[in-house]
Design a protein around this ligand. Sequence first.
Ligand SMILES: Cc1cc2nc3c(=O)[nH]c(=O)nc-3n(C[C@H](O)[C@H](O)[C@H](O)COP(=O)(O)OP(=O)(O)OC[C@H]3O[C@@H](n4cnc5c(N)ncnc54)[C@H](O)[C@@H]3O)c2cc1C
Length: 502
Amino acid sequence: MEVNGIQIDHQTDRREINLVWLKRDIRTQDHLPLQFAERNSLPYLIVFLLEPSIISYPDTSLRHLQFQYHSILQINKKIGKYGLEIVIMHAEAIEAFSFIHSQYQIRNVFSYQESGIGLTYQRDKKLSAFFRKAGIQWHQSQRDGIVRGIRDRAGWDEAWYRTMEAPLVVNTFSKREPLPFSNPFPVPDELRLQLVQYPSGFQPAGEDFAFRYLGSFVQERGKNYTRHISKPLESRTSCGRISPYLSWGNISVKQAYQFVKNASKTSSFPGSLQNFLTRLKWRCHFIQKFEVDCTYENQCINAGYELLEHPSKPELIEAWKQGSTGFPLVDACMRCLEATGWINFRMRAMLVSFLCHHLYQDWREGSYHLARLFLDYEPGIHFPQFQMQAGVTGINTVRIYNPVKQSQDHDPKGIFIKTWLPELQDIPEQFIHEPYAMTAMERQLYGLSENSAYPPPIVDVEAAGRYARDKIWGHRKNAWVIKENKRILAIHTRRGEMDPQS
Ligand SMILES: Cc1cc2nc3c(=O)[nH]c(=O)nc-3n(C[C@H](O)[C@H](O)[C@H](O)COP(=O)(O)OP(=O)(O)OC[C@H]3O[C@@H](n4cnc5c(N)ncnc54)[C@H](O)[C@@H]3O)c2cc1C
């Protein structure tokens, strides 16, 4: 057989092996698949796949791949002394596994379940059939208390807490002879050159850093967690900042939960730590929705909202993406995201609200863009949250965040704004939230030219907010929306409870 120009011929007398397939679980501790492989008598290979169809999909960006790559390098340094290495294969899953199976007889594949987008769901279905045909057992462990195949949330919370309180898996590795394996699908040079770079604005990758962030959070940074959570500047130090580590699995939710819970017993700010623990559960609550229905990625979960038309205005969408809407806080958030890959929850919600309410654009016009910018992109949170903030779920209160009010409330002196919008450096504090409100004389007074580099606002924020509010709330009375609400509440919420919002 030939796959991608590579001849795959089954070797005779193939040696039996097991395989650990790493996905969003790039770590060495609290790792069930690695433990299964280590405890089994057969030798094993560890693989990570850069699947061309997935890495070129519009939700993926170079920063995600760089984070994965550097996390892997860190692990390879640790496990190399045991004769182990994570092999990165640049191939579709079926190609990679077919090749390995032609060289060795794979007995078991150990991985975590993936609550992924439609593309990975379809890939897993095909792969499952391939494994069955080839006599390979695929053991998929449950990830972070997300349950596969449930129809409602009865007993979900209790089961989640039981999972979080259970002992961590303590992984050990025994020294072994490295398995000879020549990878026919190495990372192409052009891509590798990009992967080895790591922009200094991003949080450093790898499990050691996950624990460093957690450590400084429980010791000091978390003191003002609750007070500063909505502030774009202060939240950068007072929030946990472990989201990229959770999303790429440098740390499991259980590891984070137990670490912070233990610290809270002796902490001088246990309330903040308790709030953090609650959010870990929210994380899994949202991913559970996506596990049950991954069409959240590109269809309104409340099908009744597909009836609400949003005439596309590409120039407005572009201004939003470029951070040139004329609303300083919106633009500062977008440019900060571009440079660092992170902003806090409230500002994420405001960006979506601005796109979907003030610009009145379909949520799908921006969901992949933010996915690519978020270093912590996790589809199971991202798409349900995006739809919730866009007001198309029918079951959540619609929040329309006025960007000027958010700016006055959460960045009153404009320090965050000025950090990311150098062109507003000289604007005095009283105008920083609405530079367009300055008169010609005031502009002259502060030495700003009439044709300042900063653009005028692209919408009338008050009128646009009113328009969106009327449209969205009006549509909630639609019979289809109401019918869909009942279905969503029965499947995705616990006893009809509302979803959590910060
Ligand atoms: C439109 C939109 C898209 C989002 N997309 C993502 C995403 O792709 N990946 C992602 O990790 N988070 C996403 N979030 C949720 C939230 O903004 C981030 O989890 C949080 O800002 C991460 O920072 P932190 O680790 O400092 O969080 P902390 O406040 O320290 O919270 C600890 C952990 O709890 C979880 N968490 C916190 N808030 C929420 C929340 N509201 N919903 C679900 N889980 C939460 C995260 O795992 C987080 O790391 C999104 C929010 C919105 C509004």
